[in-house]
Design a protein. Structure first.
Length: 103
């Protein structure tokens, strides 16, 4: 059996945390930049909650309903069924922050 020991010396420096990771991601939320649109597909029944900003959401059409556009503001949420797909983008030029949790 072998054992590994990790040591560090003052001359070794660790890289800084990448600047490309938005602060919102580190807090358990995701951020959409102004002008960005994203497509999300739920692998299980989920709830999307808007934390900051407003978003324009388009749900794909299915047997239960036609394609639908919804605008959500901070504190509002949307239930997304397993297999359902949506496209989302910020409503205005300020971007938005959202969470995505299992329902």
């Amino acid at each position: 059996m072998s054992t590994a020991v990790c040591t560090s010396s003052p001359s070794v420096s660790l890289p800084a945390r990448p600047a490309t990771v938005p602060a919102a991601t580190r807090r358990g939320a995701w951020q959409i930049d102004p002008g960005q649109a994203i497509s999300l597909k739920a692998s299980s029944n989920s709830i999307m909650r808007i934390r900051q900003g407003r978003v324009w959401v388009t749900l794909d059409a299915n047997r239960a309903h036609a394609s639908e556009d919804i605008v959500l503001a901070p504190g509002e949420s949307l239930r997304v069924a397993a297999g359902e797909r949506l496209v989302m983008e910020p409503w205005d030029g300020y971007g938005a922050t959202y969470t995505w949790d299992v329902a």
